[in-house]
Design a binder for this molecule. Structure first.
Ligand code: MF3
Ligand code: CO
Ligand code: CO
Length: 269
């Protein structure tokens, strides 16, 4: 059982999956990503985040899949929808979106026992230059983090790539939330930090599955959680953006399970 691909766990508690397990992750990831593709047309001024969530739940059910978030630690919705200064874990509600609002929609589905977890940014109506800059930097930060994924690199290398890029744009990376291992479970070791030092933390090995999901603020990094115990907001009320992919470490790099089947990521094209 010492082979890299026999489903062992590292000393840091990180599961090493079998090569055949990526097919399950890809099926789950592609469903989550296709739902994010299809939801774009339902985001517009006057729409409620509650209605967006109901459409997502319907799509998950229509696909014969399961929502990972409904019933998770008491959470009751098929998505988290985080508007403007909400950093993450925004609860869908009957509040209407306004022109220029930016929002992250985060969907996690279970297909044949495998978890697909991904999120993207959207805009209701017209995207301001300021919001577009934030969203572009956040997406670029995620992709730079992913490009640091290959056997022999470390989780600290991923965090370092993200943090240095974000800070070079005079924006702040959130340190209160992190990515996570996943697979046949929603949240598993390790904590994938979006900041760090090169060469630190666990060494990446083929068969590790995890998310990278940086949150970036236009103002300061500090967050607080509202009295609903879910909604995390920027303390200084500055705008926040996030993108998330579920990925796997391969023999020579990475595989993104949650790439858009339609090639989409940007809110306006
Ligand atoms: N999808 C989120 C993540 O990226 C977790 C949401 S948990 C919920 O890890 F309960 F808030 F939905
Ligand atoms: Co996640
Ligand atoms: Co997520």
């Amino acid at each position: 059982m010492n082979d890299l691909h026999t489903g062992r766990t590292t000393k840091d508690g990180i599961r090493i999956h079998n090569p055949s397990d990526s097919a399950g992750m890809l099926a789950a990831g592609q469903l989550a990503a296709s739902i994010l593709d299809e939801i774009a047309e339902h985001v517009f001024p006057g729409q409620t985040t509650g209605e967006i969530d109901r459409i997502i739940e319907q799509k998950v059910n229509d696909a014969g899949a399961t929502s990972a978030t409904i019933g998770y630690k008491g959470y009751q919705h098929a998505s988290c929808i985080s508007v403007n200064h909400v950093v993450c874990h925004g609860i869908p509600s009957d509040k209407k979106l306004k022109d220029g609002d930016i929002l992250n929609i985060d969907v996690t589905v279970i297909v044949d026992g495998w978890f697909g977890d991904t999120s993207r940014m959207y805009v209701a109506g017209k995207l301001s230059r300021k919001s577009e800059r934030l969203i572009q930097v956040t997406h670029d930060a995620l992709m730079l983090g992913i490009e640091a994924v290959k056997p022999g690199n470390t989780f600290g290398d991923i965090g370092h790539a993200i943090q240095t890029f974000v800070e070079s744009h005079r924006m702040a990376v959130v340190t209160d939330f992190c990515g996570h291992g996943l697979g046949r479970v929603f949240h598993a070791p390790p904590n994938v930090l979006h900041y760090g030092k090169p060469g630190t933390k666990a060494v990446l090995e083929p068969g590790m599955f995890f998310t990278i999901e940086p949150m970036v603020n236009l103002g300061r990094a500090e967050t607080k959680t509202l009295s609903d115990d879910w909604t995390a907001v920027t303390r200084d009320k500055s705008l926040s953006a996030q993108f998330e992919h579920s990925i796997g470490v391969t023999e020579d790099g990475f595989e993104i399970f949650t790439l858009s089947p339609a090639g989409k990521f940007h809110p306006t094209y």
